[in-house]
Design a protein around this ligand. Structure first.
Ligand SMILES: [Cu+2]
Length: 213
């Protein structure tokens, strides 16, 4: 029982403190997004890549974690979110994306459904530089882990300048992981960016980013 003596009042306040802390933690809930990465071109490349991406905002920073497995081992893999500058919803390509019918869904064939390469997941996402040697490297078992935190305002500013995109619009983006071994034989019909071998850009996994409620 709380009697009105100074000592008792302090004890009563102390008993209330944990309740107050819990309430404030709930009101500051972070926004979270996930993408379940599913294999692309698996039947052609002989490995089935998959994984999970988590994107979480707190205190003006966005932390991104991508755990992938089944990747071609012992090599670096480009990974980005792709989307449309006008905010139209991007989707992962289906078999219909293989417009030249060669059995591969190459980078250029993803554009109708998934838009263009926007935000890279390497050591400097806000640079928006696609060419980098700091993308994650798959270990000998084909597993790769990426963890990075960016200032939300830096990324939003960069995307706005390059794409005139009003916001991150994460729910309208898809994440791609790319790349097969450089000595893998691919038909000439598999297209890539100018000057970049198709082995580097071939999509091997894709996942739509979705808000976690
Ligand atoms: Cu990409």
């Amino acid at each position: 029982m709380c009697r009105k003596t100074p000592v008792r009042i302090t004890a009563c306040l102390a008993a209330l403190l944990p309740v107050i802390t819990v309430v404030s933690a709930q009101s500051a809930a972070a926004d979270r997004f996930v993408a379940n990465l599913k294999p692309l071109n698996a039947d052609k490349i002989g490995t089935s890549a998959s994984g999970t991406a988590n994107l979480e905002t707190a205190d003006g920073k966005r932390s991104i974690t991508i755990d992938a497995a089944g990747l071609p081992p012992g090599m670096m893999h480009l990974q980005h979110f792709h989307g449309f500058a006008d905010g139209k919803a991007a989707t992962c390509p289906t078999a219909q994306a293989d417009t030249n019918g060669d059995g591969f869904i190459d980078l250029l064939e993803t554009e109708t459904m998934a838009g263009t390469t926007m935000l890279p997941f390497h050591d400097q996402p806000a640079s928006l530089e696609i060419a980098s040697d700091t993308y994650p490297v798959a270990d000998k078992n084909g597993a790769a882990k990426y963890q990075h935190t960016v200032l939300l305002q830096d990324v939003e500013k960069a995307l706005k300048e390059k794409f005139e995109s009003p916001s991150l619009a994460l729910s309208s983006r898809v994440i791609f992981v790319h790349g097969v071994a450089k000595d893998m034989q691919l038909p000439n019909s598999v297209k890539s960016l100018p000057g970049v071998p198709a082995q580097v850009t071939l999509p091997i996994a894709c996942g739509k980013i979705e808000a976690v409620k």
